[in-house]
Design a protein around this ligand. Structure first.
Ligand SMILES: Cc1ncc(COP(=O)(O)O)c(C=O)c1O
Length: 380
């Protein structure tokens, strides 16, 4: 960062992820005062309360507190695909497939077959059907057991799976005796965007992982929901993975607040993502490619329409303040964003991003677009 001698007039707007939030004063107070017990003994009443509430919200028989979304998805795979030679069907751009280190293969020994993730996060159902193995129990074939979906879909820019898709997928799964698991790390964003309760979405799923530490702002945890029998088996797998925790009420209190107090405000994140997206779309000179129809929740993915500027270099520039920026804007803004291997840049809105943060981030990105255009004029 350029430091012009005096105190830095620089602020940071962190749009890398909705996991960068800090618990607020009310959540911290509640955590400090939480009742705790030994949850491996089933004696932490706060955890029991959280699990009951989550199950009610999901419209499922039971729910289980799990340390992370990655572990929760893995437990779901291990419970659904519990015999050697079982197979799961998963989207090629699913977090489970791309970003969880192949845990289902590495740890669980479960084989995956992929289907193409459409731009709205759905699959073509005929492709799903074509991936179901029909040869079992002949010795050459795996046995298809599970289909996994992601809602909202991270790599597709926070897209919300349509209820009609979920309904049809479930009918297909039922026809072949497959389970449907939803990686609902951001399920609450989907519910808010659709204006329905989570149980309306989850009526089409056997099991779900719902994150507490993303848009909902708790410091840790994912709720794994399903039938009573599924959760009983999940408790055993969680213990084997080292995810059985002891005085967990401190975190569970935050989880209760996350599910009760933090869902209503998600629409604010969605609104800011749209305003930000629209501002990038309207930027003059036009550096940003944005599909407004795809901005449904708190995640925006956009591209650069100048192939000479790589997403990596762009993110580096956005995160850096130069002397010229201080002179032109009168202040400096570091906008933190991630780019990915597919060439898109991700900006995620969350509870620590205000209207003003979004506004100064827009100013910075407009400034960068002008800077790129000027440099282009000079160099080319
Ligand atoms: C869609 C999705 N699924 C699962 C996870 C994993 O959650 P965790 O970081 O709690 O392991 C993430 C994390 O960002 C995610 O975005």
């Amino acid at each position: 960062i350029f430091n012009p001698g005096g105190p830095l007039r620089v602020r940071t707007v962190d749009l890398r992820s909705d996991t960068v939030t800090k618990p607020g004063a009310a959540m911290r107070r509640a955590m400090a005062e939480a009742h705790v017990g030994d949850d491996v003994f089933g004696e932490d009443l706060t955890v029991n309360e959280l699990q009951k509430r989550a199950a009610d919200i999901f419209g499922m028989e039971a729910a289980l507190f799990v340390p992370s979304g990655t572990m929760s998805n893995l437990i779901a795979v291990m419970v659904h695909c519990s015999e050697r030679g079982d197979e799961m069907i998963v989207g090629d751009l699913a977090h489970q497939h791309v970003y969880e280190q192949g845990g289902s293969a590495q740890v669980a020994g479960v084989h995956s077959t992929t289907v193409s993730t459409q731009s709205d996060g759905t699959f073509h159902l005929d492709e799903v059907e074509s991936k179901i193995r029909h040869g079992y129990p002949k010795v050459h074939f795996t046995r298809s057991r599970l289909v996994c979906v992601e809602n909202t879909h991270n790599l597709r820019g926070g897209r919300v799976l349509p209820l009609s898709f979920l309904h049809e997928l479930r009918s297909l799964a039922d026809r072949y005796g497959l389970a449907v698991h939803m990686d609902g790390a951001r399920l609450m964003n989907a519910a808010v965007a659709l204006g329905v309760s989570p149980s309306v979405i989850l009526q089409h799923c056997h099991t779900v992982s719902v994150g507490l530490s993303k848009g909902l702002g708790a410091p840790m945890g994912t709720m794994l929901g399903g039938s009573k029998d599924f959760v009983e088996r999940a408790v055993r797998v969680r213990q084997a993975l080292g995810g059985g925790l002891r005085q967990l009420g401190i975190q569970a209190t935050a989880g209760i607040l996350a599910l009760t107090d933090m869902v209503g405000r998600l629409k604010e994140d969605h609104r800011r993502a749209r305003i930000f997206a629209q501002a990038l779309k309207e930027c003059d000179p036009p550096l940003y490619e944005v599909n407004m129809a795809s901005v449904e929740t708190n995640i925006l993915r956009f591209r650069l329409n100048d192939p000479r500027l790589s997403p990596a270099e762009f993110c580096q520039r956005a995160a850096t303040v130069c002397e010229n920026e201080l002179q032109v804007l009168g202040h400096g803004v570091r906008v933190l964003m991630f780019h990915n291997a597919w060439g898109s840049i991700r900006a995620v809105f969350h509870l620590d991003i205000s209207d003003d943060d979004a506004q100064v981030a827009v100013e910075k990105l407009h400034f960068l677009a002008r800077q790129v255009a000027e440099q282009r004029g000079k160099l080319w």
